[in-house]
Design a protein around this ligand. Sequence first.
Ligand code: NDP
Length: 471
Amino acid sequence: MGGEWISSSRALPNINPSDTNDVIGEFAEADAALALSAIQAARQAFREWSRSSPQQRFDVLDAAGAALLARKDELGQLLAREEGKIPAEAIGEVTRAGQIFKFFAAEALRVGGEIVPSVRPGMSVEVTREPVGVIGLITPWNFPIAIPAWKIAPALAYGNTVVLKPAEMVPACAWEIAKILEQAGLPAGVFNLVMGKGSVVGEALVSSADVDAISFTGSVSTGRAIGARCFASGKKFQLEMGGKNPMVILDDADLDNAIAVTLNGSFFSTGQRCTASSRLIVTAGIYDKFTEGLLAQMQALRVGHALDATTQMGPVVDERQLAQNQKYLQIARDEGAQVVGGELLKLRSPGFYMAPALALDTENAMRINREEVFGPVASVVRAKDYGEALALANDTDFGLSAGICTTSLKYATHFKRNVEAGMVMINAPTAGVDYHVPFGGRKGSSFGPREQGTYAREFYTSVKTTYINPL
Ligand code: NDP
């Protein structure tokens, strides 16, 4: 923080979820006082950075993006070791983070304004954008490089300074991002990393009057509590929370594609994606063929150590999440669903392993279809036709991503217009998005302006309207 690496009196071991004997390192755990020092460093650096030239911001962000891309294999291995996704997915995530930094490097050059003729004779009006100030970023464990990247890069591009509090479970990736930004030439204090508990460091960010805005990604309960605190103190805030994303499979779907996109959307990255396909809504004519095909491919997925070359699905992130997944499978059974898979697995290395699971014969009202599980667990709901499938897709408190598999232009077009979600996927997995277009949802999934792409400027800038009377 403030351009220095500061150790704390407490440190926490960072454990590999594929092998609990593998300790990646001991990482500092900050207290509230350290968090406040980081906020002060960001506040002091704001004056100069907010007036820095677009070229300086471009150069730093472009260099950071280039470093991430050059080191994607090495950082991908670290990410896989720390979070448990397989290297192909982890390297993809680092690549995406590098591309995000490069995209926002160029955005720093594009912050323009408007000159508008006034309705009053002789006057003119200018609409310009300014940085917001000190931004507190609170991020989850499931995308330990990409989510910090898609918050840090726009924050810095538009002239804000940052304090990042990453999830406690993934400090190593955050540490690497901080080093990359330092090596890219970012002035001291512009970016500050504070590792520690949400209830201590996150709390300090949310309650400090020196933090102007909070961008949060994580669970609904934490997000809502943070949002209420920000509202009460007049802070700008943005929340990305959970999903219960529907994937609708219609009778006329291309069966092989429907199975492939569902397998990907439900189980890749161990299902630990807020955009995962967790509710599969299948019409009657294709139900048997689809579930039979999906079950066969799901059961053939090789679960194992994330760094084992043959592994297709890595472990669950930790013991608590594993217990949560198992709890929801039991809830589904108790509510009358037939659960296939989901067994706890004992493999060569001690880790948090379970088989992917599908809950069949479920009703949309069951808890397994109402609440986010956040693991390799999907459930299937039968619909009699497209109309019922759409109604079921929309019958949820969430609205992040929604997919449909169909060869009908009529149904695809109607679904796109009528499904209540921020992102719609046609014959494609509900998870897996581009980095240059808006990301976000509706209803209980998101609050505030969209993240990513040019839309990110709505959160990371403040609009000023100036009236000029030339006299
Ligand atoms: P949380 O919402 O608990 O944590 C997200 C971030 O918020 C972490 O950095 C966390 O810190 C921090 N935090 C926690 N409490 C506070 C607080 N009082 N004030 C400020 N910051 C706080 O989610 P988890 O990562 O623990 O995951 C729990 C569940 O959330 C998952 O099972 C899943 O359902 C959902 N989730 C959803 C995601 C999404 O993208 N929609 C992403 C990740 C999780 P700390 O490190 O101490 O926990």
